[in-house]
Ligand binder design. Structure first.
Ligand SMILES: C[S@@+](CC[C@H](N)C(=O)[O-])C[C@H]1O[C@@H](n2cnc3c(N)ncnc32)[C@H](O)[C@@H]1O
Length: 468
């Protein structure tokens, strides 16, 4: 079937929405052709204006909700329909959780060819708002005023809709972000305007301030601000730092990051400390963690212990095993498991994260851990060829999943238990399918809600070797 024969751009069609894509768009069919319509909910009947026609599918813009779904809710944020930050505020929260469970199940079936695997209900949050401990603000200058905020979906324009001309709405008031970060963003915006900071122009590739990244350690309240700038002199740097220290007492780390690299990479290579320390310190239960700007750290502090306890349960440790924590970040999972294991090796590619992980071991007086720097895809095969046989391997890769060399090493080491933590159901399904082909049985799959109101879902899985 070719959609182009039956649909034209600009045409209005009635679509019954039956599903949800991994990007959070509703999808239904018109004359059998799949039509993707953002901002719709399964169960809606809508009028959509066709905006794009491809060979086998079309995209539409929501024009009118003819009949609202049972699960439709009024979005709370006034910027919801334009902001690219969250996609599911129009949907009942419980329904979101069950859709996320289904997303994981669908991926395992379609991509991993594992239709028989059962997926447990997603573990949700009681209060799914103001959970993010990190926000990355874009910076824009409009009519002489500097604003911090988030981009409109699919654009490089800030969301402006407060009614106050030139004030970005979503920055200071985001409902997903920790309230202290929202407040800090508003103070920083005022100070940047006071000092007339020069904003980086992405088209001309000139100017100074590219982004402001804020992080909060939720247990201690310490905040970090990273000004991502181009190279060169910043004469107001010291005055801005002094104003911020005075007005934001919780700001314990202020860093200028020099970014000369391509767009799409968040941080440059050089960090200059402006005030305070070069890291913030947080706690996950009774373990302390120092976190530097380049280190990965889970963004939902209320759900991180839920995720890590599941990983600990799945690891099934008896106190004597060798554990490998592959893709270990600042050492959080490795140190969480260390008290229950004989020896834990953490493998991580980002040098600052490895440094944090080693410091974190010292900070917590944990001696049975060793952190190695490098790519898991090289380190793990090297450990396999040295004859290491860990009892458990934890895999917690970035969205792109594990490299094949890492999965082959797991097989070569005959690891009896594998705990896979994933933020992308597609690559999770691919890698689980691969491990299933290498003799692993998928024992349990548990999605954990780390990103309410977005289509993202975290999943933790236990696999064991069939012959063990
Ligand atoms: C999803 S994070 C998990 C971090 C940690 N387990 C946690 O819970 O905070 C993935 C980590 O893998 C690291 N990473 C990405 N590619 C890697 C590779 N090829 N080898 C080693 N580490 C890698 C990233 O720097 C990041 O710290």
């Amino acid at each position: 079937m070719t959609a182009k024969l039956f649909l034209k751009k600009g045409e209005n069609v009635e679509v019954g929405i039956t599903g949800l894509t991994h990007d959070g768009d509703g999808v239904g069919r018109y004359l059998g052709i799949p039509v993707f319509v953002p901002l719709t909910v399964p169960g809606d009947k809508v009028l959509a204006e066709i905006s794009e026609v491809k060979k086998n599918f079309a995209r539409g813009r929501l024009k009118l909700i003819c009949t609202g779904s049972l699960w439709r809710r009024d979005p709370v944020c006034p910027a919801f329909t334009i902001c690219g930050g969250c996609r599911l505020q129009q949907m009942d929260y419980e329904e979101q959780l069950s859709r996320k469970t289904r997303m994981v199940k669908d991926s395992l079936t379609r991509i991993g060819h594992l239709p028989e695997v059962e997926v447990k209900e997603t573990i949700g949050m009681k209060y799914p708002w103001h959970y993010r401990n990190k926000a990355s603000y874009h910076v824009e200058e409009r009519q002489g005023k500097v604003s911090l905020g988030f981009y409109e979906k699919g654009t490089h324009r800030l969301v402006y809709n407060s009614g106050e001309e030139g004030v970005a709405r979503s920055g200071p008031e985001c409902l997903l972000v920790d309230k202290d970060i929202n407040k800090a963003a508003a103070v920083i915006e005022t100070i940047l305007n006071k000092h007339r900071v020069q904003v980086y122009n992405h088209r001309q590739r000139r100017g100074l301030l590219r982004q402001v990244i804020l992080r909060k350690a939720s247990a201690t309240g310490e905040c970090m601000a990273v000004f991502v700038t181009g190279p060169g002199e910043w004469p107001e740097e010291k005055d801005i730092a002094a104003d911020l220290s005075e007005q934001l007492p919780a700001l314990s780390s202020l860093i200028r990051n020099i970014h000369q690299g391509p767009e799409g990479i968040e941080l440059g290579l050089e960090n200059r400390l402006l005030t305070g320390q070069k890291y913030i310190t947080d706690y996950i239960e009774n373990l302390a963690f120092r976190i530097s700007p380049a280190s990965f750290y889970q963004v939902n502090p209320r759900q991180t212990p839920v995720l890590y306890h599941k990983a600990l349960e799945y690891a099934g440790l008896n106190g004597g095993e060798i554990v490998v924590d592959a893709y270990s970040g600042a050492g959080t999972i490795a140190l969480f498991l260390a008290g229950h294991a004989g020896m834990v090796y953490g493998l991580e590619v980002v040098p600052e994260a490895v440094e944090d992980a080693r410091e974190n071991a010292v900070l917590n007086g944990i001696k049975n851990v060793e952190f190695r720097r490098g790519e898991v895809e090289k380190l793990l095969p090297a450990m396999a060829s040295q004859g290491l046989h860990p009892g458990v391997v934890v895999l917690d890769p970035p969205r792109r999943g594990c490299g094949i060399a890492a999965l082959e090493a797991v097989e070569e080491m005959e690891t009896p238990r594998v705990v896979y933590v994933s933020c992308d159901p597609g690559t999770l399904a691919r890698d689980l399918g691969c491990l299933a082909g290498k003799g692993y049985r998928i024992e349990e799959v548990q999605p954990v809600e780390m990103f309410p109101w977005t289509p993202h879902v975290e999943t933790v899985c236990l696999m064991s070797r069939k012959d063990k």
